[in-house]
Design a protein around this ligand. Structure first.
Ligand code: HDE
Length: 735
C-alpha cells in the first residue's frame, strides 16, 4: 500500500471510545483556524501593522491603488456570498453520531447499519420557501438532511419532516417552487404559501392534495427542530449481503416526541425571535441536552411490491404504519454545534446520489429527477466540481480516483497516471470489480415503451388525503380548517378559493364546508377535476380523471396524528418564572428545583432587566425582561407569589398580556400561592368578562402551589403535558 501523504494523516488519531476508525471531528479540526493570541495578517501571511487607515497620498488625499491590504480585504468581502439554495435556503445544522443497533443488517449490508457501528454525521434542518434571512416559524415543510460519513463513503439521507411530497414527477418541481416562492413581479410574500400563485398551482394539481393537508396541519409549525419527525419520503431499496432486495421507507422518530406551536404563536414568534428554531437547537446542544432521533425503517419484501392500493413509487403516498410497522435500526445524537456557520452549514452539499453499498434507488420519478438536480445545484452554489474536498463535505473513507483539476482543487495528486486502466501506475487505483465490495446497482428487469406517461396507479389523489384528515383529533382538524382559512383569505382571486374548496370536497365534506364558511365560498362547489396530464390516444379519459376519495372505505391511521401519540416530558422546556421585587423566594426556589430536576429550564422573568430581590432580601439575576420578550417564547409560566410582588405585577400591563397569552395558548400556568392565583383569575376574568374560576384547575393545566410537594409535582406534570386543549374561555381572549 502506498503511504498516505495527506497532511491530515500526520495527526490523525483514532478515538479510543469509538468503535469506528473514522473521526470527522479530527478531520474538521485540521481545517479549523483559531486566531486567539495571533497577529493580524494578510491572506499571504504578512503581518498588518495598521488596519484602520488605508494608504493615502497625503492625510486628506486620495487612497492609493497601491494599497494591497485594502484591495485584498475589499475583494474578499465583495465575494463573501455564494448563491443561497434555490429551496431550503434557511437552515441550521449540527454534528453528531449515528449508533446502529444492528437490526438493519437483516435487510442491508451497509456497514453503518452493523451492530455497534458508530458513524459521524452532520444534520441540516431547513424551511423550504423562504430566503436565508427569513423567519424560522413560517408555515412550511422542514428539510431534514443527514450526511453520514460512513466507512464506505458518504451517505446523504435528504428528507423532510412530512412523509409525502406535493408532486409525483420531477418535471413539475420548478413550476411548483416558482408558485410557492414570492411572486415574480414584486417579490411578495416572503416565506409564505398564503398567496394566489401557490393556491392556483395546488388547486389544479390534484396530486398535491395529500401534502397540502399535511402542510396545513400542525406539522408545518414545529415547536422545535428537536421535536419533529423526519422522513426519506421516497421508497428506497435495501440490499442485503446475499443480494436480496427489499423496499424501504426511512423515518426519524424524535425522542422528545412531536410537538407544534399554534399559528397565533408562530406569527408572534416570527416577530419576536425569527431565529427561534436555530437558537433553540444551538442552545440545547450548548447546554448538553443533546437531541436524539431513532432511525426507523418500514420494510416491504420485493415480492410484495404490488400488494398496496397505491404505488410504492408514488411519493405522494405513505405506507400506513398499521400495514407495515416501523422497525428501529439505530439512534442519532446531535452533540456539537458547528464552529462556523458558513464553512459548515452553508457549504454542506447534500446530494441524494450520495449513497453507499446496501442502499439503492427506486424508479420513483421524483427521486430520479433529484438524482440530477442536487449535484447540479452544488456545482452552481459551490462554484465547481471540487466541493467534495471542502472539510464539511469530505468523505472519511479515502478517496482515490482519476478525477483531477478544476476550480479550487486542494488535493495534490502525486504520480504520473490519471487514467484507468493503466500499467504505468501499477494499475492503481483499481476498480473493486469481482469482489463486489463496491457499489453495485441492484439488478432489475426493465421493459416498457418510451413515452411521457405515468402509470394509472398514480391517479388516486384523495384517499390518503382523507386518511390523514380523519386520523387527526378534533383539535388538530380545527387547526387545519383555520390554516386553510388563513391561507385562502390571502388569495385575491375568487376562482382559486372556490376551486380549492371544490378539491377539499373530494376529501371530506365537513372540512370543505368549514373552510368555505370562513372564506365566503358557497358550497357545494361544482368542480370538474382538472385533467392535468396527457391522455394517450384512444385511452379512456375517465380512467385518467382523479376520483373523489371513497369516503366510506378509508380507515384512519393513528400514527398520523400528533396529539394521539403524546410524549409527555418536561425535558428542555422553558418555563418563565414571572416575579418582581418582594417575590416569595422560598417558593420560587422550590419550584425551580422541581422543574430543573425534571429537565426543564426555569428562567427568571421580571418587568425589568438586571436583578430582582426576593422577600429573603437576596437579589437574583433576571434572565428575561418583559419589554424584550413574549410568552410565545416559553412553554409554561409560573407566577411568583408574595403580596408585594403580586400587587406590583397586577399593575403591569405586560405581565397581564403574558398571562393571557399563555392562558389562550393552552399552556401550563402555575401560581405560587393564593394571591398569585387570584391575580391570574382576575386577569382572565377582566379579559373575558366572565367568571373563569372553573378554568383554574390542574385538569386545565393551572396549578396553585400552596407549598406542598404534591403541588410542585403536579405543576411539573402539567409542564410535561405541554397543552390543555379543553381549557375553557380561551376563545374569549383576544391578545
Ligand atoms: Fe430538494 N432540493 N428537490 N427535496 N431538498 C434541494 O439542493 C429538488 C425534494 C430537500 O439542507 C436543492 O442543495 C428537486 C423532496 C432538502 O442543504 C435542490 C426535487 C425532498 C434540501 C433540490 C426536490 C427534498 C433540499 C436546493 C423534485 C424530501 C436541503 C439546494 C424532484 C424528500 C438540503 C440544494 C440542505 C434541497 C432539488 C424534491 C428535500 C435545488 C429537483 C421530495 C432537505 O437541488
Amino acid at each position: 500500500m502506498p503511504e498516505e501523504k495527506s497532511p491530515v494523516a500526520k495527526t490523525k488519531k483514532v478515538k479510543e471510545t469509538s468503535s469506528s476508525t473514522l473521526d470527522k471531528d479530527l478531520q474538521l479540526q485540521e481545517f479549523t483556524e483559531d486566531s486567539s493570541g495571533e497577529f493580524l495578517t494578510s491572506n499571504q501571511g504578512v503581518r498588518i501593522n495598521d488596519n484602520q487607515n488605508s494608504l493615502r497620498g497625503g492625510d486628506r488625499g486620495p487612497s492609493l491603488l497601491e494599497d494591497h491590504f485594502l484591495r485584498e480585504k475589499l475583494t474578499h468581502f465583495d465575494h463573501e456570498r455564494i448563491p443561497e439554495r434555490v429551496v431550503h435556503a434557511r437552515g441550521t445544522a449540527a454534528h453528531g453520531t449515528f449508533e446502529s443497533n444492528g437490526k438493519g443488517s437483516k435487510y442491508s449490508k451497509a456497514a453503518f447499519l452493523k451492530a455497534g457501528a458508530v458513524t459521524p454525521l452532520f444534520t441540516r434542518f431547513s424551511t423550504v420557501a423562504g430566503s436565508r434571512g427569513s423567519s424560522d416559524l413560517a408555515r412550511d415543510v422542514r428539510g431534514f438532511a443527514t450526511k453520514f460519513y460512513t466507512e464506505e463513503g458518504v451517505f446523504d439521507l435528504v428528507g423532510n419532516n412530512i412523509p409525502v411530497f406535493f408532486i409525483q414527477d420531477a418535471i413539475k418541481f420548478p413550476d411548483f417552487i416558482h408558485a410557492v416562492k414570492p411572486e415574480p413581479h414584486n417579490e411578495i410574500p416572503q416565506a409564505q404559501s398564503a398567496h394566489d400563485t401557490f393556491w392556483d398551482f395546488v388547486s389544479i394539481n390534484t396530486e398535491a392534495t395529500h401534502m397540502v393537508l399535511w402542510a396545513m396541519s400542525d406539522r408545518a409549525i414545529p415547536r422545535s427542530l428537536r421535536m419533529m419527525e423526519g422522513f426519506g419520503v421516497h421508497t428506497f431499496k435495501f440490499v442485503d449481503d446475499k443480494g436480496v432486495v427489499s423496499f424501504v421507507k426511512f423515518h426519524w422518530k424524535p425522542r422528545l416526541g412531536v410537538h407544534s406551536v399554534l399559528w397565533d404563536e408562530a406569527l408572534k414568534i416570527s416577530g419576536t425571535d425569527p431565529d427561534f428554531h436555530r437558537r433553540d437547537l444551538y442552545e440545547a446542544i450548548e447546554a448538553g441536552a443533546f437531541p436524539q432521533w431513532d432511525l426507523g425503517v418500514q420494510i416491504v419484501e420485493a415480492s410484495k411490491e404490488f400488494s398496496f392500493d397505491f404505488d410504492l413509487l408514488d411519493p405522494t403516498k405513505l405506507i400506513p404504519e398499521e400495514l407495515v410497522p416501523v422497525e428501529i435500526v439505530g439512534t442519532m445524537t446531535l452533540d456539537r454545534n458547528p464552529e462556523n456557520f458558513f464553512a459548515e452549514t452553508e457549504q454542506v452539499a447534500f446530494c441524494i446520489s450520495h449513497i453507499v453499498p446496501g442502499i439503492d434507488f427506486t424508479n420513483d420519478p421524483l427521486l430520479q429527477g433529484r438524482l440530477f438536480s442536487y449535484l447540479d445545484t452544488q456545482l452552481k452554489r459551490l462554484g465547481g466540481p471540487n466541493f467534495h474536498e471542502l472539510p464539511i463535505n469530505k468523505s472519511l473513507a479515502p478517496v482515490h480516483n482519476n478525477q483531477r483539476d478544476g476550480h479550487m482543487r486542494q488535493t495534490i495528486n502525486s504520480g504520473r497516471t490519471s487514467y484507468e486502466p493503466n500499467t504505468v501506475g501499477g494499475g492503481c487505483p483499481f476498480q473493486a470489480g469481482a469482489d463486489m465490495s463496491g457499489f453495485v446497482s441492484a439488478v432489475e428487469k426493465m421493459s416498457g415503451l418510451k413515452a411521457r406517461d405515468r402509470n394509472l396507479s398514480f391517479m388516486d389523489h384523495f384517499s390518503q388525503a382523507r386518511m390523514f384528515y380523519i386520523s387527526q383529533t378534533e383539535v388538530e382538524q380545527q387547526h387545519i380548517v383555520e390554516a386553510f382559512q388563513f391561507e385562502l383569505l390571502h388569495c385575491t382571486i375568487d376562482e382559486i378559493k372556490e376551486r380549492m374548496v371544490g378539491i377539499l370536497q373530494n376529501v371530506d365534506d365537513d372540512l370543505a364546508n368549514r373552510v368555505a364558511s370562513g372564506i365566503g365560498v358557497k358550497t357545494p362547489v361544482k368542480l370538474e377535476l382538472p385533467l392535468n396530464r396527457q391522455v394517450p390516444a384512444d385511452a379512456d379519459v375517465a380512467a385518467y380523471q382523479p376520483k373523489p376519495a371513497n369516503k366510506s372505505k378509508i380507515a384512519p391511521s393513528k400514527a398520523l396524528s400528533i396529539l394521539a401519540n403524546p410524549v409527555n416530558t418536561a425535558e428542555t422546556l422553558k418555563v418563565a418564572m414571572l416575579v418582581t421585587e418582594g417575590f416569595d423566594a422560598a417558593a420560587v426556589k422550590a419550584s425551580m428545583a422541581a422543574l430543573t430536576a425534571a429537565g426543564a429550564q426555569p428562567k427568571i422573568l421580571a418587568p425589568h432587566g438586571g436583578t430582582v430581590k426576593g422577600d429573603d432580601g437576596k437579589a437574583i439575576k433576571v434572565d428575561f425582561a418583559l419589554p424584550a420578550t413574549r410568552s410565545v417564547l416559553f412553554d409554561a409560566l409560573m407566577v411568583g407569589g408574595g403580596v408585594g410582588c403580586v400587587s406590583a405585577l397586577s399593575a403591569d400591563a405586560r405581565a397581564k398580556t403574558f398571562i393571557l397569552e399563555t392562558f389562550k395558548h393552552c399552556k401550563p400556568i402555575g401560581a405560587e400561592g393564593k394571591e398569585a392565583a387570584a391575580f391570574i383569575l382576575d386577569t382572565v376574568n377582566s379579559a373575558t368578562g366572565k367568571d373563569a374560576s372553573k378554568a383554574i384547575t390542574a385538569e386545565h393545566g393551572i396549578v396553585v402551589d400552596s407549598g406542598k410537594k404534591a403541588d410542585a409535582d403536579n405543576f411539573v406534570k402539567c409542564v410535561a403535558q405541554q397543552r390543555f386543549w379543553a381549557r375553557p374561555f380561551v376563545n374569549d381572549i383576544t391578545v
